[in-house]
Design a binder for this molecule. Structure first.
Ligand SMILES: Cc1cc2nc3c(=O)[nH]c(=O)nc-3n(C[C@H](O)[C@H](O)[C@H](O)COP(=O)(O)OP(=O)(O)OC[C@H]3O[C@@H](n4cnc5c(N)ncnc54)[C@H](O)[C@@H]3O)c2cc1C
Length: 461
């Protein structure tokens, strides 16, 4: 519980209406996309850096936990009050401060929604590379803190590759500015990138300077359908080996194809067991050339149906199949758990086979969506969180999956972070020395461990 006297001080900082303690208000912040419930003691919504700093000074002095929060869409359990204390949504800090076209960067507050930034950049012929599927709601602060990415990470990179500088408030309330607007920067330790994947444990991001890039002149989307999953995986490897870098190369397996068949007009031919969505963008002549090469490779690997969109509307129809997935799970299961195993891209066929084997071993309903060109797999486990016995099998599946992923030289996460979801597996990926180093960094920024405690970095858990 937070003492009343402290709540009064917080109200004097942000205004009475911006400190929430009613049960119904707290319940609204008790969940994120991982669906484990942690009700905070209070929710405090600052409007500017000075308020964030003042709140942190009090919290640090009183040793009250603070969980920074964007839109709460993360899938790993990292924006809930796992150890009590207050949740601090940055949603009131949602201004785009500057679009600096000549220097190819934008300066934004952390609560700016990704899609709003994209929309604001469009009239300038510019875009922001990271495109998580949650972009209509998720925020730049949350994206950076989890190093979020999307289909076009294959060509343009994740949030990390677009981060140039930050304004951050440390746990003791000190405001620091790190990085710069320059596209090159070789001065000193690379502090801004420490915050990519820090999951809100090192400081509160109050401003971000991000790289922006020109909108491609042309783009074409290709849909290739296969009767054999191995052929689809081989197509991916061949495209990469041929030196082509599509702007997206996503794969769906048969379970997901069957789920979305007919949904919103999506249709796959009979016998479809794998679907590849491949997008290429850039100069029109390059795009034309790449489309030809990609189609040849798809044919060489026995695609049973290939469609190349000729118009933006046809592009959209192909993307609809891919985007339909989020909407169909609620029709077929109570709980969907989205894993995030990532392997070196040449190991894609091996990890796909492993997932199918583990699905049968643990008798679970699992569909696979993959950002295939990045070796980033999202096995979607369709389950029911209230079924304890089944949830044990889900846990066993995840443990086996990540063990095999790491054996292939992979990582526990490509874009969703560790959070509570994979905290128990961290020592499988990191040595004790590496974990100790991370804890020492954490201690330097936040000696009282008030910033989002209860995550993978805590020694005590
Ligand atoms: C339908 C759906 C689709 C998704 N698709 C993708 C996808 O394609 N790719 C992908 O990468 N992810 C995806 N996600 C996961 C999620 O949207 C991303 O992880 C996103 O980056 C979270 O942003 P958020 O604003 O919701 O942050 P939150 O979930 O609120 O917070 C995420 C983390 O950031 C920290 N944080 C937030 N703001 C700050 C700040 N200002 N300073 C310091 N720390 C902060 C929080 O403490 C927490 O640790 C998806 C989620 C859903 C529900």
């Amino acid at each position: 519980m937070i003492p009343v006297a402290i709540l009064e001080i917080l109200k004097s900082i942000v205004g009475k209406g911006w400190v929430l303690t009613d049960e119904a208000d707290l319940a609204a912040y008790a969940f994120d996309g991982f669906c484990m419930e942690f009700t905070p003691d209070a929710v405090v919504l600052p409007q500017n850096t000075a308020e964030v700093s003042a709140i942190l000074r009090i919290a640090n002095r009183e040793k009250i936990n603070i969980v920074p929060r964007g839109a709460g869409t993360n899938l790993s359990g990292t924006s809930v009050a796992r150890r009590g204390g207050m949740v601090m949504p940055l949603s009131r800090m949602d201004r785009i401060l500057e679009i600096d076209g000549p220097n190819r960067c934008a300066v934004v507050q952390p609560g700016v929604v990704n899609a709003d930034l994209q929309k604001a950049l469009e009239p300038y012929g510019l875009m922001y590379g990271p495109d998580p599927s949650s972009w209509y709601v998720s925020t730049i602060g949350g994206n950076i803190s989890l190093n979020a990415a999307g289909p076009r990470a294959l060509k343009y990179g994740s949030s990390r590759e677009h981060l140039l500088g930050l304004e951050v408030v440390k746990a003791d309330g000190t405001v620091i500015k790190i990085g710069s607007k320059t596209s090159k920067n070789a001065a000193g330790y690379d502090l801004p990138h420490l915050f990519c994947g820090a999951e809100g444990t090192l400081g509160i991001i109050t401003e971000a300077t991000v790289r922006i890039i020109p909108l491609p002149e042309a783009e074409r989307t290709i849909q290739a359908v296969y009767a054999n999953l191995d052929d689809a995986c081989a197509t991916v490897s061949k495209i990469i080996a041929a030196g082509i870098t599509p702007s997206a190369m996503d794969l769906l397996d048969q379970t997901l194809i069957d789920l979305i068949q007919g949904y919103g007009g999506v249709e796959f031919p009979e016998g479809a067991t794998a679907f590849l969505l491949i997008e290429t963008d850039g100069h029109p002549a390059t795009v034309k050339d790449e489309v030809g090469k990609i189609v040849n490779i798809c044919n060489a690997y026995n695609a049973i149906d290939i469609q190349v969109a000729r118009t933006p509307e046809e592009n959209e129809i192909i993307w609809r199949a891919r985007r339909s997935i989020g909407g169909v799970f609620s029709k077929v299961c109570k709980t969907m758990i989205n894993e995030d195993a990532t392997v070196p891209v040449a190991s894609l066929p091996a990890i796909m086979k492993t997932v199918l084997k583990l699905r049968d071993k643990h008798k679970l309903n699992v569909g696979i969506m993959a950002h295939a060109g990045d070796g980033n797999l999202h096995p979607a486990i369709m389950t029911d969180a209230s079924n304890k016995e089944e949830m044990q099998r889900v846990d066993d599946f995840a443990e086996d999956l990540y063990r095999e992923t790491l054996k292939l030289g992979g990582s526990l996460s490509g874009e969703h972070g560790i959070g509570l979801a994979k905290k128990q597996f961290v020592s499988m990926q990191f040595t004790n020395e590496a974990l100790l180093m991370m804890r020492q960094i954490k201690e330097l920024f936040d000696p009282n461990n008030i910033l989002n405690p209860g995550g993978y970095i805590d020694e005590t858990t």
